[in-house]
Design a binder for this molecule. Structure first.
Ligand code: UDP
Ligand code: MG
Length: 322
């Protein structure tokens, strides 16, 4: 009900940041966030119990030591340490689910400040206007390599043709209110693709555009393999259309076979010699390939079901400093 009375919304913000081997980027990120948060607190936009929550996703470098030191020096920062590396989506979920009991709304972003932190102002304004979810959307991808841009755009298109509801050019820079987080907590999925699940929640939603910059320091923690994994996760966790596509491909292949068969029968009836070994090879390869791909796709979904039925916890929190 409190969405109707939006001016009275609580104003404790938690900025949630997953960090994996971010010792190079953290100092600058922290400096800028501290300025930003203090500014927002002192002009009364957010309450003074607002925090920046850094999630250490099992880093192998000094990330956790840095988070600890930060927390000891300034209570604006708190930290959550996961028991091991669980990947960006799980680390983010761990942070959101921990923050949910401590704040009125969260803003999630990456540790490398590729997302413009000044876009937070608009996100907060929209939250106060009654939005439960606000997506940060990149206005352009000029700072990405041609490869990343082309693959990303192709991917968004693929997902939307497959029926996945996903916000174009939105990564994980987003505002979520307590209500939205509460709803999210009901998704007990092991295979988590936040970008696909959050739009399913509904509620009053809006978008804030911003320019995405370059990573301030360190290297991308998303090598091609992790990117492909996430992309595949997105497709198979949002859509069962690939399974239907297999069926259709099978049906088409069968039809083609029937047509060929009829052609061959007619040919042999009119006395044309049956010199079909090349065609045979082609058809065999085609069918073999189709069958293998199909088994692979079915296997992918079966694997998903296997993992889901185990109900494995997506992460363990080793400790929290706050
Ligand atoms: N990250 C994480 N766990 C991982 C990989 C990445 O928590 O296993 C974090 C990382 O520290 C960063 C965010 O996820 O805050 C996004 O990663 P990155 O900036 O490297 O991805 P890119 O922007 O290159 O896609
Ligand atoms: Mg980045």
């Amino acid at each position: 009900m409190d969405t109707l009375n939006s001016s009275n919304r609580g104003s404790t913000l938690y900025v949630v940041i997953p960090c994996y081997n971010e010792e190079e980027a953290l100092p600058e990120t922290v400096k800028r966030l501290r300025e930003k948060m203090n500014e927002l607190i002192s002009d009364g936009t957010i309450s003074d119990s607002s925090r920046v929550m850094l999630i250490d996703d099992g880093s192998a470098d000094r990330t956790w030591e840095m988070i600890n030191a930060l927390h000891n020096a300034d209570r604006l920062f708190c930290g959550v340490k996961l028991s091991r590396n669980r990947g960006h989506q799980n680390a983010l979920l761990a942070g959101l689910m921990t923050a949910r009991f401590r704040c009125d709304f969260t803003i999630s972003m990456d540790a490398d400040l590729q997302d413009d932190i000044d876009a937070m102002d608009e996100m907060i304004a929209k939250y106060k206007d009654g939005c439960e979810i606000v997506y940060g959307v990149r206005s352009s991808r000029e700072n990405d390599s041609f490869f990343k841009r082309a693959t990303a755009e192709g991917y968004y298109k693929l997902l939307s043709t497959l029926g996945g509801e996903i916000v174009y050019n939105h990564a994980d820079y987003r505002m979520m209110s307590k209500t939205a987080l509460e709803a999210l907590s009901n998704y007990g999925e092991v295979n988590l693709f936040l970008r696909g699940i959050v739009p399913m929640l509904g509620y009053k939603t809006d978008v804030v555009e911003y320019e995405r910059g370059e990573r301030i320091a360190g290297e991308s923690k998303y090598p091609l393999k992790k990117m492909l994994d996430l992309a595949e996760e997105g497709v198979t966790s949002l859509s069962v259309k690939p399974l239907r596509a297999i069926f259709r491909a099978g049906a088409a292949a069968l039809l083609a076979c029937l047509v060929l068969l009829i052609v061959f029968i007619v040919q042999s009836a009119v006395g044309i010699a049956f010199t079909g070994w090349k065609t045979l090879l082609l058809v065999m390869l085609l069918l073999g390939g189709l069958i293998l791909i199909s088994i692979g796709i079915v296997g992918e979904y079966a694997g998903k079901i296997y993992l889901e039925t185990k109900h494995r916890p997506p992460y363990f929190i080793e400790c929290i400093v706050e």
